[in-house]
Ligand binder design. Structure first.
Ligand code: F6P
Length: 544
């Protein structure tokens, strides 16, 4: 399999020549072709992908597809879907697709079909979610009014995002679902002040059951339950999702309130598993099944569609074009619905924890950019915060605009305003606003010619900022599942072209280890070697 020598691939060099050729052409001029949308957009079911506002031609796409072929994308996709240990630094498969696969399909890990276990656990989780929703599982004072998910990273971000996106369409009936994650414990402490201990269920969601943030918050919750209801009540007020049975024993999780997952499910790919319990409680079990079905539709598409029509392949390669060839240094995700306000945070972990690597699979340092810093915010809020820099600053970046046409619960006229803003922004980013236009407009508004000339540079928008638009008919569970699986596979496509392992995350370990040593030193009132001054101030001031 090809590895670090990406830049010496003839296909890569051909793309560098293509970049030089296109440097004389503006995105705005490409967009004047009336067939552009037809050529550079695709539609599936209720979702449209418009990638016409990128500095690409059919030739560029052909060259990008050629690069993907050279990097053996098809073979890597087969290894991924075949349950092979693509996560070679941990010796694991990455078979999250099995979690959303139809019941009668077969998914092999080391030659063993995992589907019987997957389906059994899926049904256990959904039945637990139903019993929490309908009150047949209850706390010491009655049916649960509140469910608190305690988890972080992949055991939190996707759950928060999907609940925010879909709970408005879930109707009433279930308890309120809350999420706490941060190590400082403020969020949980504040929340507990408002909750009734006898009617609150905690879901300790941690693949490892050893993540410090989750342990500390779970301990805070357990102390609260013990203080309010007595130790025996804990067995009825805690559910856990983990691979770590011993740690669940130690914590005191009742055997029938444990859900399991497998080591071939990475944290950031786990919302489709039992980890999604808080989603199923929040949006209902039918909606959860629809979410899985939408993701499975995308899995099927990714496996079968020709590269030229394959959305994760197109988006992955266009991302690489923008970053490795045109110099973008960040990718900005802009959902034009408040319901997807947490999408950028979720994608940050998915993309940056996966592709934030600087060695290839063989351990050699790469000599090209890999994972792109990803950030964003909901439109139109973002227009009033960071868009100024995007329009007139010096940074180079690419963008994804994401929006539903119909918005559950919001007045349709307001969603139309939201869509108008999104399309206007995509257009302005692409076309810009020239100095000549500015001078003409200022003069027409009555300014003297010399003043107009002085003012015009301040009004110029360079344009040529590349973007994709992802438009859904509705923000429903199926379309959301489809979208999230698309992003998962886009990240995978990029990892294959770059020759890196997207399924490990060693970069988060060292800081945890040093933090634990630092905490030991601070607790003993000592300074630390690297931070003697600050540590002394913390000791003097004290945290209590
Ligand atoms: O941030 C590191 C990480 O390991 C993530 O990959 C994971 O999603 C998160 O911590 C939480 O891990 P766990 O579910 O084991 O508590």
């Amino acid at each position: 399999m090809p590895e670090a020598a990406l830049r010496t691939e003839p296909a890569y060099q051909a793309l560098e020549d293509e970049r030089d050729k296109l440097s004389a052409i503006s995105l705005s001029s490409l967009l004047s072709d009336p067939t552009r949308f037809e050529c550079f957009s695709r539609q599936q079911h209720d979702v449209v992908l418009d990638f016409s506002r990128n500095l690409i031609t059919e030739d560029t796409l052909g060259l990008l597809m050629g690069l993907a072929e050279r990097r053996a994308l098809e073979a890597w996709r087969d290894r991924l879907f075949g349950g092979q240990p693509v996560n070679h630094t941990e010796g694991r498969a990455a078979l999250h697709m099995a979690l959303r696969a139809p019941q009668d399909s077969e998914w092999l890990v080391s030659g063993i079909d995992v589907m019987p276990e997957v389906v059994a656990e899926r049904e256990r989780m959904l039945s637990l979610a139903s019993s929490i929703r309908d009150g047949s599982l209850a706390g010491v004072s009655g049916s649960f009014t509140d469910v608190v998910n305690i988890g972080i990273g992949g055991s939190d971000l996707g759950l928060v995002m999907v609940n925010e996106a879909l709970s408005a369409s879930a109707g009433d009936g279930g308890p309120s679902v809350h999420f706490v994650s941060n190590i400082d414990g403020c969020a949980l402490a504040d929340l507990l002040q408002r909750l009734d201990p006898g009617r609150t269920l905690f879901v300790v969601c941690s693949k490892s059951f050893s993540t410090l943030e989750t342990q500390l918050n779970a301990e805070q919750a357990r102390e609260w339950v013990v203080r309010s209801l007595g130790r025996e009540a804990c067995g009825r007020h805690f559910v856990a999702i983990s691979t770590n049975d011993l740690a669940m024993d130690d914590f005191g999780i009742a055997k029938d309130l444990r859900l399991r997952l497998w080591d071939w499910v990475g944290g950031r790919y786990s919302l489709w598993s039992s980890v999604g319990l808080a989603i199923a409680v929040g949006i209902g079990t039918d909606a959860f099944r629809e979410l899985l079905a939408g993701a499975a539709t995308m899995d099927d598409h990714f496996c079968r569609a020709e590269f030229a029509d394959n959305w994760p392949v197109l988006l992955g390669l266009i991302g690489i074009w923008n970053q490795n060839f045109l110099g973008s240094t960040s990718h900005i995700v802009l959902p034009y619905t408040e319901r997807l306000a947490s999408l950028p945070a979720y994608l940050q972990q998915l993309d940056m924890e996966s592709n934030g690597k600087s060695v290839d699979r063989s351990g050699s340092t790469v000599d090209f950019p890999t994972g792109c810093p990803l950030w964003g915010g909901s439109g139109s809020n973002a227009q009033h915060s960071f868009f100024q820099l995007l329009h007139q600053g010096t940074a180079k970046f690419s963008m994804d605009f994401v929006a539903p046409v119909k918005s559950t619960g919001a007045p349709p006229n307001q969603q139309l305003h939201s869509l108008a803003n999104m399309l206007a922004q995509a257009d302005v980013f692409a076309h810009g606003y020239s100095e000549a236009q500015a001078i003409a407009d200022l003069t027409e508004s009555g300014l003297a010619a010399d003043v107009a000339k002085q003012m015009a540079p301040h009004r110029v928008h360079a344009g040529g900022r590349p973007s994709n638009v992802l438009l859904m008919r509705h923000l429903n569970p199926h379309n959301l599942g489809f979208l999230l699986a698309m992003y998962e596979h886009k990240v995978f496509v990029q990892s294959v072209v770059w020759g890196i392992n997207p399924f490990d995350q060693w970069g988060v370990q060292l800081g945890k280890q040093v933090a634990s040593e630092t905490h030991r030193a601070l607790s003993r009132g000592h300074g630390t070697a690297s931070l003697p001054g600050i540590a002394a101030i913390i000791r003097d001031w004290g945290t209590a």
